[in-house]
Design a protein around this ligand. Structure first.
Ligand SMILES: *[C@@H]1O[C@H](CO)[C@@H](O)[C@H](O)[C@H]1NC(C)=O
Length: 321
């Protein structure tokens, strides 16, 4: 009886608890994953930060994930420090071609650029590097040209990116989605004034007449060296707008250009610092969120980060895990 009462009292808390990451087997160590299925055979391909963009494939979201190798084994043709340590891949299928946008940068530097590699098959050594898409930054700019994320709006393309420095920016792209549209300059779409500007890793997704802007907020890395104060580590937030190019608000109606954002996934249980997320419409699971996270039973180093994913549930137009 007492136990039943306890179970009942625990329910409201449970209703708000985050689901644990789904299981993963094979190669599960990733940072900033990017996910797509191959049109020809439905195989999943998962790209991630480092090692000239590491990638792996699997017949199922939960693995086993088999390492394929690197997208650009010789690094990027972009002439910047960091051009053999490429970051934060964003993958799309456009006109029978797989596009992988990547960032060239070094930790803590604003000397950064976004590049593009393409392939029609995603097989090893099938990739062509196209170098910079024209989204570049240097020290003193408001933004940092990292963490690319492309969105198609009607027949137009936009590149969301950034930034840590002054947070999330956007710039229109050309009709082939290969370069920044000439003459257009980037504008801010999300900004947290209450902190030292650490929103990054955006992913925009259209669902039911809204554009949802997911982003990672807080300290991303090196937790084994410098553990942030509780709550300051990575977490995944979301804002939405009827327009893909601005006016994003959170669930309470706070503008996301003015510090707004609704949490989607935060540290819980043995899951710590989830971020680097993307959204994927899976034919069997429905709309999922995938991300990296620290499993506190495994370790806090950047190369301990694990691949996680969960189904998204939509309530009153807002997604939750
Ligand atoms: C803004 O920063 C504060 C302080 O770090 C943090 O508590 C809050 O969650 C952040 N908000 C967003 C939308 O990222």
């Amino acid at each position: 009886m007492l136990q039943a009462l306890h179970a009942l009292l625990a329910l409201p808390a449970l209703a708000y608890a985050y689901a644990s990451p789904e299981s993963c087997s094979g190669e599960c160590v990733v940072s900033d994953p990017g996910l797509i299925r191959r049109e020809s055979d439905g195989k999943y391909f998962r790209f991630s930060t480092g090692n000239e963009i590491s990638y792996a494939s699997s017949d199922s979201l939960s693995g086993p994930w088999d390492v394929i190798g690197s997208v650009l084994p010789d690094g990027s043709s972009i002439d910047l420090d960091g051009n053999t340590d490429l970051w934060a891949p964003d993958v799309h299928y456009i006109d029978d071609t797989y596009y992988v946008f990547y960032a060239v940068s070094t930790f803590g530097s604003q000397d950064s650029a976004i590049g593009l590699a393409t392939s029609t098959t995603m097989e090893l050594d099938s990739w062509t590097d196209h170098g910079s898409i024209g989204v570049e930054s240097e020290s003193g700019k408001l933004y940092n040209s990292i963490d690319p994320n492309l969105i198609k709006v009607g027949s137009d393309y936009y590149m969301n990116f950034g930034s840590f420095y002054d947070d999330i920016y956007q710039v229109p792209m050309n009709s082939a989605a290969t370069k920044k549209s000439s003459g257009d300059s980037a504008y801010n779409i999300a900004y947290n004034a209450t902190t030292d500007h650490s929103e990054e890793g955006s992913y925009m997704y259209e669902y039911d007449d809204y554009y949802y802007l997911f982003f990672s907020s807080g300290a991303c890395c090196d937790y084994n060296v410098d553990l942030p104060s509780p709550g300051e580590e990575y977490k995944i937030m979301v804002c939405r707008s009827k327009s893909a190019t601005g006016d994003f608000v959170d669930k309470d109606g706070t503008a996301c250009a003015e510090s707004g954002g609704t949490p989607v996934l935060e540290s819980h249980g043995t899951t710590y610092g989830p971020g680097g997320q993307g959204i994927f419409d899976d034919p069997t699971e429905g709309v999922i969120i995938y991300y990296h996270y620290i499993n506190t039973d495994i370790g806090y180093a950047d190369d301990d980060k694990q691949f996680g994913w969960n189904k998204l549930t939509w309530t009153d137009g807002w997604p939750s895990v």
